[in-house]
Write a protein that binds this ligand. Structure first.
Ligand SMILES: NC(=O)c1ccc[n+]([C@@H]2O[C@H](COP(=O)([O-])OP(=O)(O)OC[C@H]3O[C@@H](n4cnc5c(N)ncnc54)[C@H](O)[C@@H]3O)[C@@H](O)[C@H]2O)c1
Length: 433
């Protein structure tokens, strides 16, 4: 059974299913289609399925042309019954935190429940969603075995974490090395055959747990280091030192230092969330993950700290936030992307409104403020020109998109609070935060 699967994966006659056609799943499915596999994408969002089958994109950085070109080999569907057509299935659904900030695996378990009746012998199932170490063995494996399959004999199971750097043009799905761990040696062999067909470098590890933990380490490493530079920012601010200049100077060290940059808080689907998957699981083993909690505490305090700096700056001119006209510059969670998930700019906007400010925003990547589960702003992006900029009491630079004309903003803004270190030279109307 394994040999037949390996042969189909290696000669690319295999059908590859990808469940969850989001920021991770869609480029993955397209990549399999582009290298010659038939790729079947599953999503519960009927609008996405319809758009993709019509050759349209809903993600800014994936051009529609790429989708229409892949259409010969790529198809989207909402019908799980078609899972039986697939030789391999990768699950790329969200893994958020719930209201108590505990892992919410409901998308993963929901997907699995929908897939289960349609799974057949000889298939490979890979979980790609970021999650706590043990999920594949403790949550997926027993459910699959309940269908009577023998993992490693007539069904194959792996964990292979997704790595993405949205907005970074230097790396694509093909060129980002991919870690893969299998439930058994045979499972790993199948996983390597799957990804080896589409990705330049596949990194085998000894178990699904190692693969799960490696992904968490990567993101915890970022969260902790960002926490560190955010704390450095507060110290530097008190001491009258420019933290960005300090980091630029330190980064000239050719070894042993990696620059991380402070900001208005953490954003995106990964860094603010994933570390707490480990913090939660570690408690089961009696371990309190202090670095994760501390970094989380510092990073979560950033929006309030930035607003405090804005209030201080306004206060020096005899103003307050009450009734103040504020333009938030950039609301996506990071530069040059259209992704709003967990964006700290949204929290800044809410804090500003709570203090009586009148808030608008400008973001060429987000023309209309999107519908979000917990946030509501009926706003459209403001076009930047001299008169518009001059009309605000405060410009709060939250996300440093390359598309902004920063010289124009500096020339015409009454006051700029710069949370990204865009303005290198001191200026009377620029306050760093
Ligand atoms: N976005 C990133 O940069 C990134 C990077 C690395 C890892 N990840 C991880 O990858 C996973 C997916 O993240 P994403 O950013 O692609 O999420 P996303 O929200 O962009 O996409 C998830 C997709 O899954 C669909 N979906 C939800 N439940 C489903 C179900 N039961 N069946 C079929 N489709 C379903 C949604 O409609 C959506 O289209 C997460 O675990 C995330 O932590 C994301």
């Amino acid at each position: 059974m394994k040999d037949a699967l390996l042969r189909r994966l290696r000669d690319r006659s295999a059908v590859v299913g990808v469940v969850g056609l989001g920021y991770v799943g869609l480029p993955l499915a397209l990549r399999f289609a582009e290298v010659g596999y038939r790729a079947l994408g599953f999503d519960i969002d009927a609008a996405k399925v319809e758009a993709l089958n019509g050759g349209r994109s809903y993600i800014e950085r994936i051009p529609a042309q790429r989708i229409s070109q892949a259409r010969q080999k790529f198809e989207a569907t909402g019908r799980y019954v078609r899972a039986g057509e697939c030789d391999a299935i990768a699950i790329c659904v969200p893994t958020p935190l719930d209201r108590q900030r505990q892992p919410d695996l409901s998308f993963v378990t929901g997907t699995l429940e929908s897939l289960l009746p349609h799974l057949r012998a000889g298939q490979l199932l890979v979980l790609e969603s970021t999650t706590w170490p043990g999920t594949t063995e403790e949550v997926l494996r027993p459910r699959i075995e309940s269908r009577g399959f023998k993992i490693g004999e007539d069904f194959f199971l792996c964990f292979s974490p997704e790595r993405e750097d949205p907005g970074n043009p230097r790396y694509a799905t093909q060129t980002i090395p991919k870690i893969c761990g299998g439930s058994t040696a045979a499972c790993l062999e199948a996983g390597l055959a799957l990804y080896g067909g589409a990705i330049d470098s596949v990194v085998p590890v000894s178990s699904t747990r190692v693969a799960e933990m490696a992904k968490l380490l990567e993101n915890i490493h970022r969260a902790v280091n960002i926490g560190l530079v955010n704390e450095m920012k507060i110290v530097c601010d008190r001491m009258g030192i420019d933290v960005h200049e300090v980091i630029r100077a330190a980064a000239t060290k050719p070894f042993g230092f990696v620059p991380y940059w402070p900001g208005p808080g953490l954003g995106g689907h990964c860094i603010p969330i994933d570390p707490f998957y480990l913090a939660w699981k570690a408690r089961e083993y009696g371990v309190h993950t202090r670095f994760i909690e501390l970094a989380g505490e510092i990073n979560r305090a950033m929006p309030e700290w930035v607003i405090g700096k804005a209030e201080e700056a306004l206060g020096r001119c005899g103003n307050t936030l009450q009734g103040c006209r504020v333009l938030v510059l950039g609301i996506a969670y990071k530069k040059d992307v259209d992704d709003m998930r967990e964006s700290p700019a949204v929290e800044l906007m809410e804090l500003l409104v709570a203090r009586g400010a009148k808030v608008e925003y400008s973001d060429p990547h987000v023309p209309v403020f999107p519908r979000m589960r917990e946030h509501r702003f009926e706003l459209k992006s403001v076009r930047l020109d001299a008169a518009t900029v001059a009309g605000y009491d405060l410009v709060l630079l939250a996300t440093d998109h390359q598309a902004f004309d920063y010289a124009l903003v500096r020339k015409h803004a009454k006051l700029i609070v710069d949370t990204r270190g865009v303005y290198l030279e001191p200026a009377p109307n620029v306050v760093k935060a």
